[in-house]
Design a binder for this molecule. Sequence first.
Ligand SMILES: CC(=O)Nc1cnc2ccccc2c1
Length: 446
Amino acid sequence: SELDNARAGRSSSLASHPPSSDFTQKIDVNPPKGTRDFPPEEMRMRTWLFQNFREVSQLFGFEEVDFPVLESEALFVRKAGEEIKDQLYCFEDRGNRRVALRPELTPSLARLVLQKGKSVSLPLKWFAIGQCWRYERMTRGRRREHYQWNMDIIGVPNVTAEAELISSIVTFFKRIGITASDVGFKVSSRKVLQEVLRRYSVPDSLFGRVCVTIDKLEKIPMDDIKNELRAAELSEQAVEELLQILTVKSLEELEEKLGSSVEALAELKQLFSLAEKYGYSEWIHFDASIVRGLAYYTGIVFEGFDQERKLRAICGGGRYDRLLSTFGGEDVPACGFGFGDAVIIELLKDRGLLPELSPQVQNVVCALGQDLQVAASLVATRLREKGQTVDLVLENKPLKWAFKRAARVNAQRLIIVGSSEWEKGMVGVKVLSSGEQYDIRIDELE
Ligand SMILES: CC(=O)Nc1cnc2ccccc2c1
């Protein structure tokens, strides 16, 4: 009939002329461009991933924090030419305030640390899992949101903090079956660049901007990199020396170039030595070309990458000792990392390591006949009071429908409420795995 056609989505006269009324307007059922829904199957995967993020964070003694997804735009308006600023999802609210959907979590964390001020004792070890946003011209078809896991240590000036953070990420990878042959960390220190800039008396104020430019190596042509550095008034010699130092392949070679007095070298040596003690040396590799794209890093920087080099960076982080003072606070040493929810899932897919996650309810309870519906809800309540999960059949359905439902939700048992059993204070139990079937007294059910 017409209605069947319409229901089946088959085009028919009814579908093309819906009942005329100005309230029925066909909305787009898809989420906004660049964003995702999480229907049950995808939500189980996300819950599994976040559960692992949380358990590792707690294993390392970190406390969970969170912040509004909406922040003052002022938190993110750094003047270092970062991509994250060009893509800021910002707008003016009805109070004429400039606000933005957060593109990352670290500035919010810094804001909360400053807000807490003296009322918190250092060091702080905080973690957060939050949705971050960017407004990209959809020309590149990339996502506009993702969830990021962050761990930060506030108030520890030495590289023992970075060593702990890298250890926590290695622990996470091991938990989900990723090994050092799947993933590695490129580690460097921005103090290497800082030292070169100092030798060419480049003002500190340009440091963040130079790092952001250098992070674009391999993403934009070399000439554009050089022009951006020249625009920052670096001499030709400084430009050459900078690009040269990025090709250094080992700490020994770095020592030859910079001399052994340089702090950057001492820190990196200490970090590699700590890695040895932790037992994750095979996971980390010095790579002078790593600078990361955020302006506020000031020391050690690192990023997790897949050994097949097929994917974008899995995670990244580093030391940011000056961020709090740029918000007008006292300087507090800090370091942390961000770990997105997208690349890691691609990697697990590639490696065949995605877990099989199915819904798991212990019991389906169904009444045999409408007049036993109340009895069924009593049985469901008794089971729930004992901590058993119950999917209670709410409509008057035949038994075979309840069996299908039980199979679909992977129930362990089907509890059948029938009139003759009920009169004897009993219910029927069907164990779905074994097929075993028996009657049991209600108060013995658990
Ligand atoms: C691979 C991926 O989805 N990246 C991604 C997606 N959304 C973002 C949103 C804000 C900042 C960074 C983002 C990064």
